[in-house]
Design a protein around this ligand. Structure first.
Ligand SMILES: C[S@@+](CC[C@H](N)C(=O)[O-])C[C@H]1O[C@@H](n2cnc3c(N)ncnc32)[C@H](O)[C@@H]1O
Length: 255
């Protein structure tokens, strides 16, 4: 197996294991609910969904915090995640127009979606929140998601803006569990470290992009994925009690 494929498989396995184990506690992590509202608001502003017409997909949907913000304004919303634990949490609030499926790594996404009948495998809007830093190959994910948009449809990606210094798992900002975040800081001070007494926190190999993404990287991925009218908006938000710089990148599939 090539090094890139091995890294991708490792990241997927690490994420599955981590989020399967922590799904039940996910929504108790400080600031994740408020972040979901930010992302939902950004999606609604950028996509302007119509409850009669707009079909939406949330990729790496987790427990569905963002989907729940968007659902009242959309015709349907399909969540997709590689963690069955997260999908189970999402589907506790399943309705006729909102549900999630667990994606199998290595099987084309379009094929997996085709069975759900929630959309004709083409979406008017796709949102991906706080997950790009978990993907080994975010450029390939971008192209896959762009390929699943209807003409005129929009992709909205929210993640950390590029930053210097210690990465997310070192600063406890890679979506550890609530328990990990409320554990006492390890001796030596600072925020809880994933390997410093909080074994539940996201491990390094679940976060291949520790320092977020620059505007240039996002624009390149969106453009290579065939999207046009690419935009990149920065905003500030709280993660684990710290104010950080985020972005909402968006692009449109040409008519
Ligand atoms: C930090 S959580 C974000 C969840 C949700 N988007 C939110 O904003 O609340 C990251 C999510 O990405 C999912 N994930 C990680 N790698 C993935 C992949 N390759 N494909 C799909 N989902 C993935 C994880 O299982 C987890 O649910």
């Amino acid at each position: 197996m090539s090094r890139i494929l091995k890294t991708a498989a490792n990241a997927v396995e690490a994420n599955k294991a981590h989020y399967d184990a922590t799904a039940v506690d996910y929504e108790a992590i400080p600031d994740v609910m408020a972040m979901g509202k930010h992302v939902g608001d950004a999606f609604k502003r950028i996509v302007r969904p119509n409850p009669q017409k707009t079909t939406v997909m949330e990729y790496a949907c987790g427990t569905g915090i963002v989907s729940r913000e968007i659902a009242p304004t959309a015709k349907s919303i399909l969540g997709i995640d590689i963690s069955q634990g997260m999908v189970d949490q999402y589907n506790k609030r399943r309705t006729d127009k909102m549900r999630a499926i667990c994606a199998q790594h290595g099987i084309p996404l379009a094929q997996q979606i085709a069975g759900t009948q929630l959309a004709d495998v083409r979406f008017d809007g796709i949102v991906c929140s706080m997950a790009y830093h978990h993907f080994a190959d975010p450029a390939s994910v971008t192209s896959t998601l762009a390929g699943l948009l209807a003409h005129g449809g929009k992709l909205v990606v929210v993640d950390r803006n590029a930053f210097e210094g210690d990465g997310m798992t070192k600063t406890g900002q890679a979506h550890a569990t609530a328990q990990a975040q409320t554990s006492p800081a390890p001796s030596g001070g600072g925020r809880p470290h994933p390997h410093g007494g909080a074994p539940e926190a996201a491990p390094d190999n679940a976060v291949p992009h520790q320092n977020g993404f620059s505007e240039e990287q996002m624009r390149e991925m969106f453009t290579k994925g065939g999207l046009v009218d690419v935009g990149f908006e920065k905003f500030k938000a709280m993660i684990f009690g710290n104010e950080v710089e985020m972005f909402a990148a968006h692009g449109t599939k040409p008519e």
